[in-house]
Ligand binder design. Structure first.
Ligand code: NAD
Length: 429
């Protein structure tokens, strides 16, 4: 069988690198482009500049098919499909900042044999406006495909190789079929559709998942007021196959580089088109309040937090990633310091990223050092290593006895047996 066609990947962040390594694994030569010369140099040296389980191994395995450069010409001369995976962060207004996407669009030459394949998350209508831009600048034969990415940091390699579905939105020219052919070996459910709908599938999916999280967090808050246990409630709800068990874990709110910005971008997109998306306002507000609820729990047990030593277990926005974007720990550490507490924190992987974003926090070398002399310890990110902690040892190190399980990830009985006071999220009276 002939090897699959070579491709270009523009942007070598979480999505770009995983996509590049994934297609290299499927047999394509992949030309990876980034404007960050330092990142490209590290990749050329065999270093992987971000933490994602299994990625380093996949890149090492497919090294000879992966090419790294800062020059877009290297991708244009070797590949006709150019996957775009540049960042689309929020602007001050909450709209998606498409400046990196537009920089890529502007760098494309007139061509009738190339296609941009948009992996970056962009608002519905972006593809059509890029096509219009191409037409206005004499590049009307440049093809365009929307192929939104659904991978999850922490399991991104597996998500690439075993996707729930692959969405391909196109105008019916060669490029949509060429992208479908690349994904064919994965045997995934293909959703072939128009460009606007493909873009909307991505935003609607993330907004729905965020809604599920805010919903169960509100249920948790009502559980606290009524003495019910949200873990039991979610178990009973999740067995209804119209609901399903996933994304029903109450906690300290969602963070990360996708949910917060994508929910806000969809709200803005609706607003810009004259529609007031009421539900999403609530989803965002509930999430912001949820990140702060730990403060009330701490004050309930400790009174004033002035001079109190509070330990944070985990800083990354979720386990198995070093990504700190929109992490709950950012809000929590700032709120704690504003209330006069001394914050000590440990994260197995994300400390280097956290140091760039968090000030005034003491970084500890391990979980027991976090507990050392602490009035309270808060589990913020449910890394496996915290689930296996010796809580007897934690208790003996602490000055106080309060352990707040911000992700309902720990065994409450075990913690109480160790002599600690356990507080989860929505775990009843
Ligand atoms: P990232 O910030 O990790 O990586 C973006 C990369 O693009 C950076 O390396 C940056 O240097 C590079 N870049 C910026 N401008 C460029 C240009 N003009 N030319 C070449 N390279 C350029 O971002 P990410 O987390 O990989 O996200 C990328 C996109 O994918 C976003 O739109 C995001 O919403 C979407 N997405 C992300 C995830 C996720 O879990 N991270 C999941 C699904 C979709």
């Amino acid at each position: 069988m002939a090897a699959p066609e070579p491709i270009g990947v523009i942007g070598t962040g979480y999505v770009g690198l995983v996509t590049a390594a994934g297609f290299a694994e499927l047999g394509s030569d992949v030309y990876c482009i980034d404007i960050d010369a330092n990142k490209i140099e590290r990749l050329k040296q065999g270093e992987v500049p971000l933490y994602e389980p299994g990625l380093e191994e996949l890149i090492a395995k497919n090294r000879e098919r992966m090419h790294f450069s800062t020059d877009i010409a290297d991708a244009l001369s070797n590949a006709r499909l150019l996957f775009v995976a540049v960042g689309t962060p929020p602007t001050y207004s909450g709209d998606a900042d498409l400046s990196a996407v537009h920089a890529v669009v502007a760098a494309m030459p007139a061509s009738d044999r190339h296609a941009l394949v948009m992996k970056s998350t962009v608002p519905a209508g972006t593809g059509q406006s890029i096509k219009r831009l191409f037409a206005e600048t004499g590049k009307e034969h440049f093809s365009y495909v929307s192929c939104p990415e659904f991978l999850k940091e922490g399991s991104a390699v597996k998500d690439f190789l075993e996707p729930d579905r692959v969405v391909i939105g196109d105008d019916g020219d060669w490029a949509g079929d060429a992208v479908a052919a690349l994904y064919a070996p994965l045997d995934a459910e293909l959703v072939r559709t128009d460009i606007n709908s493909a873009e909307m599938i991505k935003h609607a999916s993330n907004a729905f998942l965020a809604t599920k999280i805010s919903f169960i967090n509100e249920i948790a808050n009502v559980c606290e007021a009524t003495g019910a246990d949200v873990v039991e409630v979610a178990r009973g709800m999740g067995l209804d196959d119209r609901i399903g068990p996933k994304f029903l874990q109450a906690g300290l709110g969602f963070g990360g580089s996708c949910f917060p910005k994508d929910v806000t971008a969809l709200k803005q997109l609706a607003g810009n088109s004259g529609y007031h998306f009421q539900l999403l306002n609530a989803v965002i507000e509930v999430n912001e309040l949820q990140k702060r609820r730990v403060m009330q729990k701490l004050e309930k047990h400790l009174g004033s937090l002035v001079g109190k030593r509070v330990g944070l277990l985990g800083l990354a926005f979720k386990p198995n990633t070093d990504d700190m974007r929109e992490a709950t720990s950012l809000v929590l550490s700032a709120r704690l310091q504003a209330a006069g507490a001394h914050v000590v924190a440990y994260d197995p992987i994300a400390e280097a990223e956290a140091r760039k974003l968090i000030t005034g926090v003491e970084f500890a070398p391990g979980p027991l050092e976090v507990a050392d002399g602490a009035d309270a310890v808060v589990l913020v990110t449910e890394w496996d290593e915290f689930k296996q902690l010796d809580f007897g040892a934690v208790a003996s190190k602490m000055k106080g006895d309060l352990l707040i399980d911000g992700r309902n990830a720990l065994n409450a009985d075990e913690i109480r047996a160790a002599g600690l006071a356990y507080e989860g999220i929505g775990r009843g009276a």
